[in-house]
Ligand binder design. Sequence first.
Ligand SMILES: [Zn+2]
Ligand SMILES: [Zn+2]
Length: 103
Amino acid sequence: MKTVGQDSVNANISTVYRALSNLLEVGLITGTSIGGGRIVYEFNRGVAHSHLVCRDCGRVCDVDWPVSTEQYENYARSQGYSYLNSSLVIFGRCPKCSGGGHR
Ligand SMILES: [Zn+2]
Ligand SMILES: [Zn+2]
């Protein structure tokens, strides 16, 4: 009974991955690389924004400044590239990991 349960978990994970790539293709969600091979998947809000990432525990926070992608876009164009998207990642150490705060 236990092994049957594990099989169904594996099947569910591959289903999730397939669903993810489908959602990415239709643009409902976005996948943002935050380095180290990690990708943050989130709903496509149609607003470019940055991410604040803790290097130690990997915690990811949305940075809700509107990011002006015009500069990136212009630069890409000036180099003869067609612009797709861009992302900015801020790396740091969260209060928990830096140990300075209350623990
Ligand atoms: Zn942390
Ligand atoms: Zn985000």
